[in-house]
Design a protein around this ligand. Structure first.
Ligand SMILES: C[S@@+](CC[C@H](N)C(=O)[O-])C[C@H]1O[C@@H](n2cnc3c(N)ncnc32)[C@H](O)[C@@H]1O
Length: 430
């Protein structure tokens, strides 16, 4: 399959058939060369991020909407336009390869149309792009309900959030504290000519200047480093686990935060729970690469009876299932799949999990509630509600006043994802 035809098929699967990009992309990428894999990903990310802009352009350039039987060509046109608008593909290659993909997709009869639309775009490019910027501003690249919620919650930061949510994230690494100091690992990177810099407050966090294939990093296979966004790297700091403690990671797959906890506080006993069976093998792979001992359990954090071994935990990390509105830049299809009604269901699910987990916490213990959401109802409002109805719960240092909401695109985020942390401690009120 050609890369253009693959990209069009992926977009159709995601946008017309409602499949998730993270499931569909690897299925097609398997059939492509490494260079084509990266190319297809770049096109799909671009189109999904700016979908309303591509829809608008096609509306201007195609007389009649394409019938459902030939809908694949609608997506192929987006692939063609993305090459001309964003990917800087030479024009002749973008045109001829996209037109050729029409036959690969068994729509030879529409070659002329694809050719005409792309040429038309090139002829009117400047005027179209000027009009486009007015007709479909940045905020319109997000569904109406989500845009409204973000603008209402964060009137001053919303533009920065929208801008950051359209950008490619930088690559953050977590140096394995059991293997190297950050300085030692920076020196290894420098030997290979890889530029990176350390975070001022998270001692094992490094940001690479240029993205690269992480498998080529020094000692990656033997667990020297892991990929982890900087916002996720605060989890251990707020949990404050100490050697000898029994710790639960209640929503653990793929195990990034579990690994951080064990690397940075060796000597804890860690239980990692995950609901979805299919996500568990990845956890085992990650822990094996890092040579970490974790008791992995499958079960529902909201229903502890079947899986809970019976001891109360000193620390619980609850990295709850959420709207993922803080990581729109990593999952550009989420905004088109989510419905506004999902938010209320997620808030209820989070509340159920939080209440069940609270019962498993020792008096004096700390529970850290985290999400990669930027919606207050999943975060600060959720915690306020919990505190108002849970007499033995109170906020814990260093988040004693309020939770920490990290917003993408703001200085405080260090180019990291949108994230939220609250730290709660259980008072002994007997
Ligand atoms: C935000 S992700 C966790 C990421 C993980 N902590 C890390 O840092 O690698 C949330 C996880 O919770 C799982 N999950 C969702 N509902 C759950 C439940 N009721 N009980 C346990 N796990 C659940 C999801 O399948 C998903 O793997």
């Amino acid at each position: 399959m050609s890369s253009r035809a693959a990209a069009a098929s992926i977009l159709q699967a995601v946008l017309q058939h409602g499949r998730s990009l993270s499931a569909v992309l690897p299925e097609y990428q398997q059939q492509l060369s490494p260079a084509d894999r990266a190319w297809v990903q770049a096109v799909c990310f671009d189109v999904l991020r700016e979908l309303p802009r591509y829809e608008w352009l096609i509306k201007q350039l195609v007389d009649k909407p394409l019938k459902s039987k030939v809908r694949i060509i609608h997506y192929l046109l987006m692939v063609g336009l993305s090459q001309l608008r964003t990917l800087n593909t030479p024009e002749h290659a973008a045109l001829s390869e996209t037109v050729n993909a029409t036959s690969r997709l068994r729509q030879k009869g529409l070659k002329g149309l694809v050719n005409a639309v792309l040429r038309n775009y090139l002829r009117q490019r400047e005027a179209l792009e000027t009009q486009l910027a007015q007709q479909v501003p940045l905020a319109h690249c997000f569904p109406r309900w989500l845009r409204d919620r973000i603008e209402t919650a964060w009137p001053e930061q919303s533009q920065a959030i929208f801008t950051a949510s359209q950008q490619r994230p930088p690559l953050w690494l977590r140096v394995n504290a059991q293997a190297f100091t950050t300085e030692e690992y920076l020196a290894l990177l420098a030997e290979q000519g890889i530029e990176a810099h350390a975070h001022a407050q998270r001692p094992y966090a490094l940001m690479l200047e240029q993205p690269l294939d992480v498998r080529t990093l020094p000692h990656f296979e033997t667990g020297a480093v892991s990929v982890q966004d900087i916002s996720a790297q605060w989890a251990g700091y707020y949990l404050q686990a100490e050697p000898g403690m029994l710790v639960l990671d209640a929503c653990a797959a793929p195990g990034g935060k579990s690994a951080l906890l064990l690397e940075q506080t060796p000597g804890i006993e860690l239980h990692a729970l995950e609901l979805e069976e299919r996500r568990i093998p990845r956890m085992h792979e990650n822990f094996a690469r890092l040579n970490l001992q974790v008791k992995v359990m499958q079960g529902d954090a909201a229903q502890p009876e079947p899986w809970w071994p019976g001891q109360l935990y000193d620390r619980i990390l609850l990295d709850a299932p959420c709207s993922a509105t803080g990581i729109l830049r990593r999952q550009p299809d989420i905004r088109w799949h989510r419905r506004e009604t999902d938010i209320a269901s997620l808030v209820t699910l989070q509340q159920d999990i939080l209440r069940a987990q609270w019962q498993l916490l020792k008096p004096g213990g700390i529970l850290v509630y985290a999400t990669c959401s930027i919606l207050p109802e999943e975060n600060e409002a959720q915690i306020q509600q919990f505190l108002a109805t849970t007499p033995d719960a109170q906020r814990s240092e260093p988040l004693a006043q309020t939770g920490l909401q990290i917003l993408p695109g703001t200085e405080q985020s260090s180019h990291g994802d949108g994230f939220y942390y609250a730290a709660l401690t259980k008072r002994d009120i007997k």
